[in-house]
Design a binder for this molecule. Structure first.
Ligand code: KG4
Ligand code: ZN
Length: 342
């Protein structure tokens, strides 16, 4: 097949990323993670936008250099149009628009949420692509969604969070335990030495396939307040058990909804993505479900789980094959529902 090189740009939140693809293969995937937010315990939108402006030229340059591709070899430029923080999206959008105009090549908009799901179609020896139809679950710091994927661009959101995202539930719980931001990976690490049944937290009662995580955070707060009143060293002495119990509750919530989705749709091909897909507990639970529930599960490589331009590039390439081209006057869109891009 004809070799086509595509540059993709992602700037929806706090990671500035650029990738170069050759057809479905990722040649380079450069991510500049903004450290500035750590001291604030969460992403500060204005600072994120400024950091994108500072990073984007270098990141794009590095992606081209690592792939050993000259910009004149590019056939198209894909970029994240939304959803995300508007100030952040504007940086990637403006950059992609001007570069495509200067090179006189097609500009292709990509929906970030579709990209998390279609990341499974990146050609890589360590990954396998799910067959259609499959269930996609995107779990990250900004998103929690279960999606019925009938085809590349035929998706239906079956359920999503009504409040906090699952990554936020990890990070906010970690913060209550005095762990630094982002606390998800630390909860995971401590949980591996703890007893998941040491403490129990209530699971939210949410109908259907939607999620809610804000109540969990409140119940952990009250629990820790009560315990530390009796023993000021409670958290320090029980950190592994608290992390294991919190993680267990979060994983139960995710698994319950996935089981319901599989039951309702009759689909047993389950593909997950997003930063929380790095969690060792969810990975183990999915592997277990292959044995106990007969599911086939798909987890992308870590670099394609967290926000990255590689996943934007694969969607860009799939759209390119269909002859899709964005209007050169296109604007970034902070709110951007799945299935409304083409
Ligand atoms: O996809 P991502 O990099 O960025 C967003 O789009 O939000 O996800 C980041 C989220 C953070 O909330 C982080 O704490 C969580 O993913 N995370 C984890 C783990 N690794 C990252 N949560 C639990 N266990 C992990 N191992
Ligand atoms: Zn994301």
């Amino acid at each position: 097949m004809d070799k086509k090189y595509l540059l993709s740009i992602e700037s929806s939140c706090d990671d500035t990323s650029a990738a170069v693809l050759c057809n479905k293969k990722v040649l380079s995937n450069v991510v500049a993670t903004q450290k500035i937010h750590e001291q604030y315990g969460g992403v500060v939108p204005e600072l994120a936008s400024r950091a994108h402006q500072k990073n984007i030229v270098t990141v794009v340059h590095q992606a081209l250099a690592k792939a050993n591709i000259d910009k004149r070899q590019l056939s198209a430029i894909a970029f994240t149009r939304g959803p995300g923080l508007l100030g952040s999206l504007l940086v990637g959008t403006s950059f992609a628009k001007s570069m495509a105009l200067a090179l006189d090549i097609p500009l292709i908009e990509v929906n970030h949420m579709e990209a998390h799901i279609l990341a499974h179609f990146i050609e890589d020896d360590e990954m396998k692509a799910p067959p259609f139809p499959f269930l996609g679950m995107t779990i990250s710091g900004g998103h929690t969604q279960i999606v019925l994927v009938k085809d590349y661009f035929d998706m239906e959101v079956l359920g999503e969070t009504l409040d906090d995202a699952v990554g936020e539930a990890f990070d906010k719980s970690a913060k209550l335990m005095g762990l630094p931001y982002p606390g998800g990976p630390l909860v995971d690490k401590n949980a591996q030495n703890g007893n998941p049944n040491a403490f129990s937290f209530p699971k939210p009662k949410v109908d259907g396939l939607n999620f809610s995580f804000s109540g969990l955070k409140t119940s952990i707060l009250y629990f820790l307040q009560k315990q530390t009143q009796q023993n000021p060293d409670f958290i320090k002495e029980n950190i592994d058990d608290i992390c294991a119990s919190v993680q267990y509750t979060i994983l139960e919530i995710l698994m319950d909804k996935l089981k319901l989705a599989a039951k309702q749709t009759g689909i047993t091909h389950i593909a997950i993505g997003g930063g929380v897909a790095a969690n060792s507990g969810i990975r183990a639970r999915l592997k277990e479900a292959e044995q106990t529930l007969g599911w086939t599960t798909y987890i992308p490589k870590f670099q394609y789980c967290t926000d990255n331009a590689g996943m934007i590039g694969i969607v860009g390439y799939l759209k390119y094959l269909e002859g899709f081209q964005s209007n050169p006057n296109i604007a970034a869109q902070a709110r951007y529902a799945i299935g409304t891009s083409t």
